[in-house]
Write a protein that binds this ligand. Structure first.
Ligand code: F2R
Ligand code: MG
Ligand code: MG
Length: 307
C-alpha cells in the first residue's frame, strides 16, 4: 500500500516531466522528438507537479482539507517558470491580494469559472488519501478544485481523476470492470458520454489508431478533453511505461495527460513499476523526487499509522 501511495505521486511527477518538453506539440512532432527510446529529456517538472506538491503538503499539515492553507501553499510554491494556465494564475493572484479562496475562482471566465484541467492534474494526493471513501473523495476533490476552478466540469473531472486513482489503489475491481464503476460514479453527461466512447475504443483496441482516440476523447487543456484520455491510456496497457508513453505520444497537453496517466498507473502498479531511469532523471533539489516520495510516505503514515 505504501508503494501505491508513493507510486501515485512519483508517477504523476514522472509523467509530467516526460510530457513537459513537448507540451502543445502535435502527435507527429512528439514522435520526432522522442523517437523510439523515450529517454527523459530534462526531468524538470511543471505546474502540474508544483501544485500537486501543494495539495499533498496541505493535506499532511492539516490531516485533511483546509482551503485557506491549501491556497496559501499554492501561492508560496508558485514559480511562474513552471508554466501555469492563465485561469489558475489569476485565481492565485486574487487570493494573494486578499480575496477569499471561496470567491476568487468564481470571477474567472466571465463568471463561469474554469473548466481547465488544472484541478485534475494536481489531484493525486486526494485520490490516495481518500481512496476508501468515495463520498469524502468527491467532497474534497470539489473543494480543493474550487480554489482555482469553480466550473462544475472542472470539479467533476478532478473528482473522476481522483476516483480512478482510488480504484487503482484498491485493486478491488479488476481493470476490465473499472469503467463500469467510473460510469456509476460520474455525474455529468459529458463525462458519461466520454466513458461510453472509451468502452467502444477499448473493445476494438487493436484497430484503434491514435487519431481516433484524439478525436473521440481529446488531448486538450479542458478537463473533459484530457481526464478521459488519461484513463484510457491507463486502461489500454498492462504496465506503467507503455501507458505513460502512449499518453504523451498523443500530443496536445502532454505534460498533464502524462501526469494524470502516471498517477493512476503509479497507484495501480506501485512505485517499483516506474522505470528507474525516469525516476533518477526526475529533478532533485528541495522539492524534487526525494521530497515527492516523502510526501507519499507521510500521507500513508497519517492514513494508516498515526494515532
Ligand atoms: N499553461 C500551460 N501550458 C502553456 C505554457 C507552457 C509552456 N511550456 C511554458 O513553460 O510557458 N500548462 C498548464 O496549464 C494547463 C492547466 O491550466 P489551468 O490551470 O486549468 O488553467 P485555466 O486557464 O483555468 O484553463 C486552461 C484553459 O482552458 C480553457 N478554459 C477553461 N475554462 C474555460 C471557460 N469557462 N470558458 C472557455 N475556456 C475555458 C481556456 O483556454 C484556459 O486558458 C495544463 O496544461 C498545465 O500543464
Ligand atoms: Mg504543466
Ligand atoms: Mg499541461
Amino acid at each position: 500500500m505504501k508503494s501505491k501511495f508513493t507510486g501515485a505521486l512519483i508517477g504523476s511527477a514522472v509523467g509530467d516531466a516526460l510530457g513537459a518538453p513537448v507540451e502543445g506539440y502535435s502527435m507527429k512532432k512528439v514522435s520526432s522528438v522522442y523517437g523510439e527510446d523515450w529517454k527523459m529529456i530534462s526531468g524538470r517538472y511543471t505546474d502540474d507537479t508544483e501544485m500537486m506538491i501543494g495539495v499533498a503538503e496541505s493535506l499532511i499539515e492539516n490531516k485533511g482539507f483546509n482551503g485557506n492553507d491549501m491556497a496559501m501553499r499554492f501561492i508560496q510554491n508558485y514559480d511562474p517558470r513552471r508554466g501555469y494556465g492563465p485561469g489558475s494564475k489569476e485565481a492565485l493572484r486574487r487570493i494573494g491580494e486578499g480575496e477569499s479562496w471561496e470567491e476568487a475562482s468564481k470571477k474567472l471566465f466571465d463568471g463561469k469559472g474554469s473548466y481547465g484541467n488544472g484541478a485534475a492534474m494536481r489531484i493525486a494526493p486526494v485520490g490516495i488519501f481518500y481512496y476508501d471513501d468515495a463520498d469524502k473523495l468527491r467532497e474534497i476533490a470539489y473543494k480543493s478544485s474550487h480554489i482555482t476552478h469553480s466550473n462544475e466540469l472542472g470539479k467533476e473531472g478532478a473528482a473522476l481523476q481522483a476516483f480512478s486513482i482510488a480504484l487503482a489503489v484498491q485493486r478491488r475491481v479488476k481493470k476490465e470492470d473499472m469503467l463500469l464503476e467510473l460510469k456509476e460514479f460520474v455525474k455529468s453527461e459529458i463525462y458519461k458520454e466520454k466513458l461510453r466512447k472509451m468502452e467502444v475504443l477499448l473493445e476494438k483496441e487493436a484497430e484503434v489508431g491514435k487519431k481516433e482516440v484524439i478525436s473521440e476523447l481529446g488531448n486538450g487543456e479542458e478537463t473533459f478533453n484530457s481526464v478521459p484520455t488519461a484513463i484510457h491510456s491507463f486502461l489500454r496497457f498492462n504496465n506503467f511505461k507503455d501507458s505513460v508513453v502512449y499518453a504523451v505520444s498523443l500530443g496536445g497537453d502532454t505534460d498533464t495527460i502524462g501526469a494524470m496517466t502516471g498517477a493512476i498507473s503509479g497507484a495501480y502498479y506501485g512505485e517499483e513499476a516506474i522505470p528507474k531511469e525516469w525516476v533518477e532523471r526526475l529533478e532533485g533539489g528541495k522539492k524534487g523526487r526525494s521530497y515527492i516520495k516523502w510526501l507519499g510516505e507521510e500521507l500513508y503514515r497519517i492514513k494508516f499509522c498515526a494515532d
